[in-house]
Design a binder for this molecule. Structure first.
Ligand code: PMP
Length: 428
């Protein structure tokens, strides 16, 4: 396979004449791994096809949402049927009510939920709400976590910021950055210290309960529970960013899986079945501060868009009705994890695989990866080499060691075996 195909190379050159860096979101540019990004023409089930019709087994799945695979027929059909009746009204619809009711029936701790159009909007709005509710300005986030590109999150961010090694973002004012305090993930005493030093000033702690933006990182026992207690004791709003984990780890996301209650929860891409959607929700006591009930203003022309709603509603309904999906996904992910361990161990290549359900990542190192520092100490050049080796063998992994892999239930065991066989051909 020649994945740096003529068409992708030509298109990348052409794209750079009109789009900054040739891409509409930085990680897609292959800047860290090098080479030419693959331009995708279409996808079906577990497979992506590039502009030269090369086929790839997909482990990105649009960074999470394609849990049931690409072009999932009920979702495609629902979109087609809905589009005939116009693509946007900017007025309330019955479908929005059904969507809110469906989400409430699937996830814990959500009395009221507001739809937006991206994960960034969801997290940004949740933080504004927490500030409006508490009357406090500062927030705590964790090094290497990513909550979208709103100004207040662009401090020690993961994902593309980590991949491109961007420490401070020009354009984010000092005032905004100073209101964002950061602590290492899995370090409860660092958070305690921040709270002590900023008594009665912290509005919210926002966290990825399972991290997907510095590779996949799991919370150590007691960490998330400890944060819950701190929030309760100090009147701080606990925000779970479930943009990646919501509906992927379980119907009720990380809240259900880990049995921890958040005060506010944010969702993203997953609930749009691949269309641009996000949402934030939580307890009525807090959510009623949002306009038009309260004065915390938040709005969106395309919020609750009928095409996005019908795609999301259809996919979430499938997930709700097929309780075996999560078990199957977990079994497939475990199969891949074991297979990769085996081939890399045989080759004596030091590595760490972190996995929670269908989110996982591979770090080339001997140590445990528990936070940003330990992720950054992994052998990134070796990951980049592995990435290109896999791509040449038709396996599409995230083009960065700081991203999680996302499996879809469209993957067959044959696909997983091919992936493991490809890894077996890797040499350092
Ligand atoms: N939160 C998390 C945990 C994310 O992973 C992302 C995006 N990957 C976002 C928020 C932002 O979502 P979006 O790109 O849709 O704005």
């Amino acid at each position: 396979m020649s994945y740096t195909s003529n068409r992708s190379q030509q298109l990348f050159l052409r794209a750079q004449q009109s789009i900054p860096g040739g891409v509409n979101s930085p990680v897609r540019a292959f800047k860290s791994v090098g080479g030419t990004p693959v331009f995708i023409k279409k996808a079906k089930g577990a497979y992506l096809y590039d502009e030269d019709e090369n086929r790839y087994i997909d482990y990105i799945n649009s960074w999470g949402p394609m849990i049931l695979g690409h072009a999932y027929e009920p979702v495609v059909k629902a979109i087609q049927e809905k589009a005939i009746h116009s693509t946007s009204f900017g007025a309330p619809t019955e479908l929005e009510v059904e969507m809110a009711e469906l989400i409430k029936s699937m996830v814990p701790n959500v009395d009221l939920i507001r739809m937006v159009s991206s994960g960034t909007e969801a997290c940004m709005s949740a933080v504004r709400l927490a500030r409006g509710y508490t009357g406090r300005n500062k927030i705590i986030k964790f090094e290497g976590c990513y909550h979208g590109h709103a100004d207040c999150f662009l401090v020690k961010g993961g994902s593309g910021m980590a991949t491109l090694n961007i420490q401070t973002v020009p354009g984010v004012t000092g005032g905004v950055a100073n209101d964002t305090l950061t602590a290492p993930y899995n370090n409860l005493s660092a958070v305690e210290k921040l709270i002590e030093e900023n008594k009665e000033e912290i509005a919210a702690i926002i966290i990825e309960p399972i991290v997907g933006n510095m590779g996949c990182i799991l919370p150590q026992p007691g960490f998330l529970e400890g944060l819950r207690k701190l929030c309760d004791d100090e009147g701080i709003i606990y925000i779970f960013d479930e943009v990646m984990t919501g509906f992927r780890l379980a119907q009720g996301g990380a809240q259900e899986k880990l049995n921890i209650n958040a005060d506010l929860v944010t969702y993203g891409k997953v609930i749009g079945g691949g269309l641009p959607v996000g949402a934030f929700g939580g307890k009525k006591e807090i959510m009623q501060y949002i306009a038009p009930l309260g004065n915390v203003y938040q709005a969106g022309t395309l919020s609750g868009n009928p095409i996005a709603m019908v795609a999301g509603f259809t996919m979430l309904t499938e997930l709700k009705n097929n309780s075996s999906t999560y078990k199957e996904l977990d079994e497939k992910s475990s199969f891949l994890e074991k297979g990769l361990h085996e081939v890399l161990n045989n080759k004596k290549i030091p590595h760490t695989i972190n996995r929670f359900g269908s989110m996982m990542s591979l770090h080339f190192c001997q140590h445990d990866v528990i936070d940003f520092d330990t992720a950054a100490k992994a052998d990134i050049p070796l990951f980049n080499k592995f990435f290109h080796h896999m791509l040449e063998n038709g396996i599409y992994l995230p083009p960065s060691g700081y991203e999680s892999w996302f499996l879809s239930n469209a993957l067959s065991y044959e696909d997983l075996e091919s992936t493991i066989e490809a890894a077996d051909k890797f040499s350092v």
